[in-house]
Design a protein around this ligand. Structure first.
Ligand code: SAH
Length: 341
C-alpha cells in the first residue's frame, strides 16, 4: 500500500494524470486531508464513488499513535508517537506570541554524533518518510484543534541526511490546498552538510536555513561536532555565502553556550569575525544538560558577556527563550528515557 501523506501536490497530480483523472482531483483530496482533516476516503463526497474505492484500495491514510503527551508549565507540549513499525519519535508544540510552532523529528536516531546532544546516543535506524513528518504536524493540529503556523525541522535527526523526504514534507505542508504553512515560517536546521546547502539553494520555497555552528574555529568545532572533520568551517561558510547570494534567504547561526567550552569573550570575538561578511543572525541557545554528557549550561554572566560582545560587533543576536525545560524538551531526552523503561 502507498501512503497518501507521502504525496506532495505535484506527485499526487502526476498520479491522478497517470490514471486518466484531471488534476483538479489533487486539490479535492488535499482539501479533505489537510483542511477537513478526514481520515477516510469514503467521506470525500465530492469525488466519484469508484475513484474513492480505488484510492481506498491503493492508499493508506496513516495515523500516529499517541504514547505520551507532556504539558510543560509554560504551555509547551511534548508528544511521544509510535510509528507503524513500532519506532518511537518525539514532536514538540510551542505556543509563541506569533502562533503555534511544531518541532519535527526527521530521522530515527542520528549519526552526526555531536558530543553534547542526546539524540546521537541512539545511532540512526532509518530516515523518516515524508508522511511520517507530515503526520507529526497534522496530528498535533488535530489533537489540539489548532492551526499550526510555524514548523522547525529541529527535532531528532539531520534533515540534510534525509534530504528528498524533507523537501517533499516541506512542499506538502506549505501547499495552499493543504496545511498552508507559509514558506517563511518554515525552518530547516542542519549541522552543515555542505553539498546539500548548495542543493538547497535551488529549492524554490523561501524557507529559513539554520546552521548549528556551536564553535567559531575548526579545532573546537571538530571536538564537539564530528561533521567538521568532513566539512571545515571555511568550506561551510563558502557554501553559506553561495546560498545567501543565490537566494537572499535569511541564515540563522545557532550557537549553544557550553560552560567554559565555547562561551568565552574570545570565542565571541572569533565568532563575530567569522560572521562579519555574512548576512546572518545568531541565535544563542541555552544548553539543556544531558545526564550522559559532561557539558554544563553557561553561567548567566558568561552568557551576557558573550551576547554583549556580539552586539557590540554589530552582529544581530538573540538569546533563545527557553521552553519546556521541565518536560525533557532537549532533543532525544524523552525518547531515551522512555526506551530505558
Ligand atoms: N541535526 C540538525 C537538527 C537537529 S538538532 C542540526 O544539527 O541542526 C537541533 C538543534 O538543537 C541543533 O542546533 C542542536 O545542536 C541543538 N541541540 C542538541 N542538543 C541540545 C541540548 N541538549 N541543548 C540545547 N540544544 C541542543
Amino acid at each position: 500500500m502507498l501512503h497518501i501523506y507521502n504525496y506532495d501536490y505535484d506527485k499526487l497530480t502526476n498520479y491522478f494524470l497517470s490514471i486518466g483523472q484531471t488534476k483538479f482531483r489533487t486539490r479535492q483530496v488535499f482539501e479533505w486531508l489537510y483542511k477537513m482533516k478526514v481520515k477516510d476516503f469514503s467521506l470525500m463526497t465530492n469525488i466519484k464513488k469508484e475513484l474513492r474505492e480505488k484510492l481506498n484500495n491503493e492508499f493508506l491514510i496513516d495515523n500516529l499513535e499517541l504514547v505520551l503527551r507532556q504539558v510543560s508549565s509554560d504551555g509547551t507540549i511534548k508528544y511521544l508517537f509510535k510509528l507503524n513499525d513500532g519506532n518511537l519519535i518525539e514532536t514538540v508544540l510551542m505556543n509563541h506570541d506569533y502562533g503555534y510552532s511544531v518541532c519535527v523529528t526527521s530521522e530515527i536516531g542520528c549519526n552526526m554524533g555531536c558530543a553534547f546532544c542526546a539524540s546521537g546516543l541512539k545511532k540512526k535506524k532509518r530516515n523518516l518518510e515524508a508522511f511520517e513528518m507530515t503526520l507529526q504536524v497534522l496530528t498535533v493540529s488535530i489533537l489540539e484543534n489548532i492551526r499550526v503556523s510555524h514548523v522547525v525541522v529541529m527535532g531528532i535527526g539531520e534533515p540534510f541526511d534525509n534530504y528528498e523526504n524533507v523537501l517533499t514534507f516541506l512542499n506538502t505542508i506549505n501547499s495552499s490546498y493543504g496545511l498552508e504553512i507559509g514558506q517563511r515560517h518554515l525552518t530547516v536546521s542542519t549541522c552543515g552538510i555542505v553539498p546539500k546547502i548548495y542543493e538547497f539553494a535551488n529549492f524554490p520555497l523561501q524557507v529559513n536555513l539554520a546552521i548549528s555552528l556551536h564553535a567559531p574555529n575548526n579545532e573546537l568545532r571538530e571536538e564537539i561536532m564530528p561533521i567538521n572533520k568532513v566539512y571545515k568551517i571555511e568550506e561551510l561558510f563558502k557554501a553559506l555565502k553561495y546560498y545567501y547570494d543565490k537566494t537572499n534567504r535569511r541564515i540563522t547561526i545557532e550557537y549553544i553556550l557550553l560552560s567554559k567550552v565555547n562561551d568565552s569573550k574570545k570565542h565571541a570575538l572569533e565568532l563575530a569575525n567569522l560572521l562579519k561578511d555574512l548576512n546572518a543572525y545568531v541565535n544563542l541557545i541555552p544548553y539543556n544538560e544531558v545526564k550522559e554528557k559532561p557539558y554544563k549550561r553557561s553561567l548567566k554572566e558568561d552568557t551576557l558577556v558573550f551576547f554583549d560582545t556580539l552586539k557590540k560587533a554589530n552582529i544581530n543576536v538573540t538569546l533563545r527563550r527557553e521552553q519546556g525545560i521541565d518536560i525533557d524538551a532537549a532533543c532525544g531526552q524523552l525518547r531515551s528515557k522512555h526506551e530505558q523503561n
